[in-house]
Design a binder for this molecule. Structure first.
Ligand code: 5GP
Ligand code: MG
Length: 218
């Protein structure tokens, strides 16, 4: 049986799909290289993650905590699947939602400091089963720091679901509890993941082209 930390692994050799095989907004047609993870595959994987999350956390009130902005699509779709499980099962639990934005400050290479913006007072997490929902773990520094911060509020349980985890030598070794896909060390956009705020309005996860990088550079 697959464990909760196993995931779909996308190899370094994966070429993805030609843009013309899928529907891409016209305004991005020259800004992308390839479709990397089609929207349908994201949905199917998310449906399965919802089941695993309910199996592990479904015994007690869940607070689902969305890390904005990149996590919003995954959060919305994951919660829809969890809600579908709840309304079609004899066993169901209440779920509340909260949203935070993180600003990260790195003083040096090894220490990350993050500032939480918005959301309710974090003391509402005390005694709850907290599910943090994030778009992508790169080095893992942001998530490690957020977890340290949440500990101070004594939640009953904290689990992390990340749609993507990057295979990178810069990783601090952090691995989330629930992972959709493990991806090569490339910059990906779409499905709410942005490049300077662009590409959030794209359904598929794609690799950006040099033209796109130049066009939308800050
Ligand atoms: P970490 O602290 O794990 O290095 O950084 C995580 C954050 O960096 C993510 O939440 C995301 O906002 C951003 N990030 C890292 N890699 C990518 C990427 O390939 N594409 C996009 N759009 N954002 C990324
Ligand atoms: Mg993020």
């Amino acid at each position: 049986m697959a464990t909760s930390s196993s995931c779909v692994v996308i190899s370094d050799e994966e070429q993805g799909y030609d843009l013309d095989l899928f529907c891409i907004p016209k305004h991005y047609s020259s800004d992308l290289e390839r479709v990397y993870i089609p929207h349908g595959l994201i949905q199917d994987r998310t449906e399965r993650l919802a089941r695993e999350i309910m199996n592990e956390m479904g015994g007690h009130h869940i607070v689902a905590l969305c890390v904005l902005k990149g996590g919003y699509k995954f959060f919305a779709d994951l919660l829809d699947y969890i809600k579908a499980l709840n309304r079609n099962s004899d066993r169901s639990i209440p779920m509340t939602v909260d949203f935070i934005r993180l600003k990260s400050y790195c003083n040096d290479q090894s220490t990350g400091e993050i500032k939480v913006i918005g959301g309710d007072d974090l003391s509402t997490l005390t005694g709850k089963n907290v599910l943090i929902v994030e778009d992508i773990i790169d080095t893992g520094k942001t998530m490690k720091t957020l977890l340290e911060l949440l500990k101070q509020y004594n939640p009953k349980m904290v689990k992390v679901a990340s749609l993507l985890v990057k295979r990178t030598p810069r990783s601090v070794g952090y691995r989330p509890d629930f992972v959709g896909f493990e991806v090569p060390d490339k910059f990906v956009v779409g499905y709410a993941l942005d490049y300077n705020e662009y590409f959030r309005d794209l359904n598929h996860i794609c690799v950006i082209s040099d033209t796109g990088k130049e066009k939308y550079k800050a």
